[in-house]
Design a protein around this ligand. Structure first.
Ligand code: FE
Ligand code: FE
Ligand code: ZN
Length: 302
């Protein structure tokens, strides 16, 4: 069965709000941050609302194991120059894993980090040290390392780096991978040749390590190292290539999550932004590209 959803907001109703938003898009999975992705301020988990979310999931036949959490992207485990900050990041991610446990969420995506002012190998070493301090035997939630575009000094931008990271982690059954199609394209992997990539991935890492795929088109050329997501079918990867990845039989049970940009629309002189997910999900289910979809989204939300 196709597992398709998008990034959704968290907000005051916590997981319940995220679930309701996902349902409104016709999704059967989703991804959320347990607070703002750009800061580390976190509210306590509301047990009542979490219970309500779990009940609604059951009613709507959504498996909580398919739901993905994303760690805030400002946390940088690659840098150790400020030891207080490094330790704060470690404790913060540990705390996020505990929040996931309370929410009943099995997977948390993490941007491994950027090697600012140090070598890549130094950065990878720091990430491994941090991961080994974070990951514990009795953790409920698994960290998924996201494949990155190679913007600036980002780590985990090719299979060799990913292999280094995974080999460095002591508790190997507690670490997994999240692919991101835009990031792969921008890092230099041709998404038209995805099967070759997957074969190589399986040889080096193992396909069973993949527990989430971010489905995004890219605004930039292959190997641009930019990381700017585009709506499905409007970028350099293209609709057909993305559909082939989404429906790849080797990745059937893996949740596919859209992180495509909101659609802008000028209302007077004020720009409003609309979520494209309901329409992109429908298009993916139909497997037919609709070149007029952006106008339809504007009309729907107007
Ligand atoms: Fe991400
Ligand atoms: Fe992503
Ligand atoms: Zn990205």
């Amino acid at each position: 069965m196709l597992k398709i959803g998008s990034h959704v907001s968290y907000g005051k109703d916590g997981l319940l709000g995220s679930l309701e938003e996902a349902l409104s898009y016709g999704a059967n999975t989703f991804m959320f941050y347990t607070g703002a992705p750009t800061n580390t301020i976190r509210k306590d988990i509301d047990t009542d609302l979490t219970l309500k979310a779990q009940e609604l999931m059951q009613e709507k036949d959504i498996n909580s194991d398919d739901i993905i959490c994303h760690a805030p992207y400002i946390v940088n485990l690659a840098n150790k120059s400020d030891l207080d900050k490094f330790n704060f990041s470690i404790n913060f991610i540990k705390n996020e894993l505990e929040r996931c446990r309370k929410l009943g969420i099995k997977y948390m995506v993490l941007h491994p980090g950027s090697a600012v002012g140090i070598s890549k190998s130094e950065g990878l070493k720091n990430i491994i040290e941090a991961l080994n301090k974070i990951i514990m035997e009795d953790d409920y939630t698994m960290i998924l390392l996201e494949t990155m575009a190679g913007k600036g000094s980002e780590c985990n931008t090719n299979l060799e780096e990913l292999k280094t990271l995974i080999e460095g982690v002591k508790l190997k059954d507690k670490i997994g991978v999240c692919l991101d199609t835009c990031h792969l394209n921008d890092s230099g992997i041709d998404m038209g040749l995805f099967d070759d990539y997957l074969e190589e991935f399986d040889k080096l890492i193992g396909i069973d390590k993949i527990h989430c795929i971010h489905i995004n088109d890219s605004k930039n050329e292959l190997g641009s190292h930019k990381d700017r997501h585009e709506n499905i079918g409007f970028g350099t990867i293209g609709f057909d290539n993305l559909i082939k990845i989404i429906y790849n039989s080797k990745l059937e049970g893996v949740p596919k999550i859209l992180e495509t940009p909101y659609i802008g629309n000028f209302d007077g002189d004020k720009e409003r932004l609309y979520p494209p997910y309901k329409f992109e999900i429908e298009m993916i289910k139909n497997k037919i590209f609709d070149k007029d979809i952006l106008e339809k989204i504007r009309a729907y939300y107007r």
